[in-house]
Design a protein around this ligand. Structure first.
Ligand SMILES: [Fe+2]
Length: 337
């Protein structure tokens, strides 16, 4: 009898907690200011409270792995398909067969096994100094290995996933042998050893240390839209070139979200993930982050529209994640620091 009563008390507590706590917990590598207003809108619409923990992309994966099934996280928000694929391989995520997400997000921007979903897409074109480079001198990513760029190229280090994923798309298009010699050519063209993030490469081009680089367009847009006139001056020295327009297209990747394996508020988490692909959320989130909405028909931010409407490489992002380790080995072989 005592056992039964205890049991009833436990069940009562469980019912009480699920009935009163409408909550969802997010681990996000997005800076708080670039997502929090949207989450507040979601709470206003649904009454579901959102708790946000922000951190660096790879640190969040390590934290999720350490916490295991005890993790309070319901949703992981992070960047780059290769990193989301890593989270899937580490068994930190779970598949979500959801009609709203499948319908809203084109198949190229989500995982083939429904473990992760793009929220925005981002482009990684060539960015150059128009005062020293004519657009006619540029055509394909592959050409950055040519000797005309000797001492004129800046690249960030190979340990960053952005160049790894771009190189993965080249590997799929061209094979290992050509990709290795492409990397070797680029390394021998470097104006300085790889260091810093994308913004540092843009600043180096603007300062005349090098003439061309690879960077995601939101970094340029951020400098352009900055309230700091020094940033605006950097952006004025730069232009976007869309490579590979007569073949596979420019490299695009995503920022994305995944339902964690440990999720304890699955229903609320799904409601939030569905909200992220609503027209209103897509519009706000892409504008705040200077990225492309993934939902068709939602207009891109004006600053991105000013860069043109490129052809994007339609390679499977899942595949880029799968060959990530092979790419890192090639980068090491090419001595891309
Ligand atoms: Fe970034």
């Amino acid at each position: 009898m005592l056992k039964l009563r205890r049991c009833l008390v436990v069940i009562g507590l469980l019912l009480f907690s699920t009935a009163t706590v409408a909550q969802v917990n997010i681990y996000s590598s997005r800076k708080e200011a670039l997502i929090l207003p949207l989450l507040e809108q979601f709470t206003a619409h649904t009454g579901i409270q959102v708790k946000l923990l922000t951190g660096k992309d790879d640190a969040l994966l390590r934290r999720l792995a350490l916490e295991g099934m005890a993790s309070p996280a319901d949703i992981l928000i992070t960047t780059d398909a290769a990193r989301l694929h890593r989270a899937k391989q580490m068994q930190l995520t779970q598949a979500l067969d959801n009609g709203v997400l499948q319908e809203a997000i084109p198949v190229v921007w989500r995982d083939e096994d429904d473990h992760w979903f793009g929220v925005t897409s981002r482009a990684r074109p060539i960015i150059y100094a128009p005062s020293r480079v004519r657009a006619e001198q540029l055509e394909r990513y592959e050409d950055l290995a040519n000797s005309q760029w000797r001492g004129r190229l800046c690249l960030r280090s190979s340990d960053n996933v952005y160049n790894q994923s771009l190189a993965a798309s080249a590997l799929i298009a061209n094979g290992a042998e050509q990709t290795l010699s492409w990397m070797q050519g680029m390394v021998s063209n470097l104006a300085k050893p790889p260091a810093g993030g994308d913004t540092d490469q843009l600043k180096a081009v603007a300062a005349g240390i090098c003439d061309v680089t690879l960077a995601n367009t939101y970094y340029l847009a951020r400098l352009q839209r900055s309230e700091n006139i020094g940033d605006n001056a950097v952006a004025e020295q730069l232009a976007v070139f869309w490579p590979n327009q007569s073949d596979r297209g420019a490299h695009f990747n995503i920022s994305g979200m995944a339902l964690t394996k440990a999720s304890k508020h699955k229903q609320h988490a799904i409601a939030l993930m569905e909200y992220m692909v609503s027209d209103q959320a897509q519009r706000w989130y892409s504008d705040a982050n200077n990225e492309y909405p993934v939902v068709e028909g939602v207009p891109m931010p004006d600053v991105l529209a000013s860069y043109g409407q490129p052809k994007a490489d339609a390679v499977s992002l899942t595949r880029l994640g799968e060959i990530n380790q092979q790419v890192i080995k090639l980068m090491d072989q090419a001595r891309w620091q």
